[in-house]
Design a protein around this ligand. Structure first.
Ligand code: ATP
Ligand code: MG
Length: 460
């Protein structure tokens, strides 16, 4: 590699930098607090899992599994091959290209196919089963946060590495109160963040039975066949692979056609309809505002009954900040006992974008006052170290310049860093035992003992 080669973050990934990371932290802190108060505990699951877990849970026909996953063989098969055929001994893992010359036809190599997680619900369900959480008091309420990976076309609000904050309620009852409380928690999280203008869309997509969703999908499919010629190629393809997804289409010319399709609400079985009615009643009881959206279907296979999405402002076409729903069959599908389940995933990147669009400043999230210590002379530096320790212990942010600066230069630097006050320590201050505190905005100064200084700063 040439010494001039520049490294760049991989397409669809990006660095999160200060001061914006302060906003990320405060959002995450709010999630810990709000979810904690609703009795949820944090779970941390691995970043990669067997591909099969996602294929089974999310569904082989979904975009996520069929084309967006980062999958790789473990062990990395090309290295294995090179080593086993002896083409190369002690493979140099820093090489970026290799060619394989040997005939490999009669050798076989076993490898497990793994994937970077595109979402976390499948992993949480796997963890529930693997850790025998069905033996805990039910339901088990868990939340998570962290990066997810999908190979999508990058654009504003859509990345290949993005972050989700999510929660799952597993086991016990499927009482509509569970759905309602989950949504109440979600909306109070957004309220706590002062994210205004979010709307909660809800729907019920019933359960997989002939007298419920399956019957509806069959009817939908036959209606779609009738208007097939008028639909775009994506929708045409979906008539066979995933007809519900046609309802999700944003294409202008398909809208009037979709408006006339049969609606799932008219095809729910009695139990699913009653469940949906109760969910809405319990949302009302909690004062949670929502909008019914019969076209809301969600792209993942595992959902049933309650589905929902939250739309935020200022995000253009990538305006969904949260999606979720009930998935009662999923744990069983993954080899566990029959288990009720419901959950959501918030897109943290989009949430942050929306907060920034709404004018929340990242600085506001970085709590405490910054004090800049302008020191002159080695004796003053010794005092400056002590002052920095005292102030930091009292919770202030302190900038202590590592090398001596001229007075004017130091104040300029203090201003640039956003300090409102500079603590001046020079020969005079050492002699008098009183420190000078300068207010940068108006240039006023006052002399204070260390104790008086702390008291003064605390009152700011
Ligand atoms: P979309 O329709 O926007 O692609 P989705 O239905 O694929 O969303 P989910 O799988 O339900 O999304 O994930 C929940 C949330 O995660 C979404 O509402 C969104 O906020 C966020 N999200 C999903 N994919 C991405 C991505 N590639 N980049 C950033 N955020 C994402
Ligand atoms: Mg998507």
């Amino acid at each position: 590699m040439s010494t001039k080669a520049k490294f760049q973050a991989i397409r669809g990934t990006r660095d999160l930098l200060p001061p914006e990371t302060a906003l990320w932290n405060s959002v995450e802190q709010t999630a810990h607090e709000v979810f904690g108060r609703f009795g949820y505990g944090e779970i941390r699951v691995p970043i990669f899992e067997p591909t099969d877990l996602f294929a089974r849970a999310v569904g082989g026909n979904t975009d996520i599994v069929s084309k967006e996953m980062y999958s790789f063989p473990d062990p990395p098969i090309w290295l294995e091959i090179l080593e086993k055929v002896g083409t190369i001994k002690d493979v140099d893992r820093t090489e970026n290209t290799f060619s394989i010359k040997d005939n490999l036809s009669n050798r076989s190599f076993m490898a497990e196919i793994l994937s970077l997680r595109p979402e976390a619900t499948a992993s949480v369900c796997r963890a529930y089963i693997e850790n025998n959480m069905q033996q805990l008091p039910q339901p088990v309420k868990l939340y998570y946060l962290g990066p997810m990976f999908r190979r999508e076309r990058p654009q504003k609000g859509r990345y290949r590495q993005f972050y989700q904050i999510g929660a799952e309620v597993l086991g016990g009852t499927d009482a509509p109160t569970i759905d309602a409380e989950l949504l109440e928690m979600l909306m109070s999280f957004f309220a706590k963040l002062n994210l205004s203008g979010t709307t909660l869309d809800i729907n019920s997509i019933g359960h997989s039975a002939d007298n419920c969703r399956r019957g509806y999908v069959a009817k939908l499919k036959s209606e779609l066949e009738k208007v097939k010629d008028k639909l775009g190629s994506d929708s045409q393809r979906r008539i066979d692979t995933n007809p519900l997804r046609v309802l999700d289409s944003k294409l202008e010319h398909e809208q009037p056609i979709i408006a006339n399709l049969p609606k799932i609400a008219d095809h729910l079985c009695d139990d699913c309809r009653a469940h949906y009615t109760e969910v809405k009643r319990h949302l009302d009881l909690r004062g949670v505002k929502y909008r019914e959206n019969w076209r809301l279907v969600r792209g993942l296979d595992y959902y049933m009954r309650t589905t929902f999405e939250i739309i935020a402002q200022g995000l253009g076409s990538q305006n969904a900040v949260c999606g979720g729903g009930r998935y009662d069959g999923l744990v069983e599908l993954l080899g566990g006992p029959p288990t009720k389940g419901i959950g959501f995933a918030i897109g943290e990147d989009r949430l942050i974008l929306s907060l920034l669009e709404a004018g929340q400043s990242p600085q506001a999230a970085s709590r405490s006052e910054l004090i800049y210590i302008a020191w002159m002379g080695q004796n003053a530096y010794t005092t400056a170290i002590r002052a920095a320790q005292t102030l930091r212990a009292a919770g202030f942010r302190v900038e202590l310049p590592p090398v001596e600066l001229k007075f004017g230069k130091a104040l300029e630097r203090a201003d640039k860093l956003g300090a409102r006050h500079a603590l001046i320590l020079g020969d005079n201050e050492l002699a008098s035992g009183e420190w000078t505190l300068k207010t940068l905005a108006d240039g006023s100064q006052q002399k204070l003992t260390a104790q008086a200084l702390l008291e003064y700063l605390r009152k700011l």
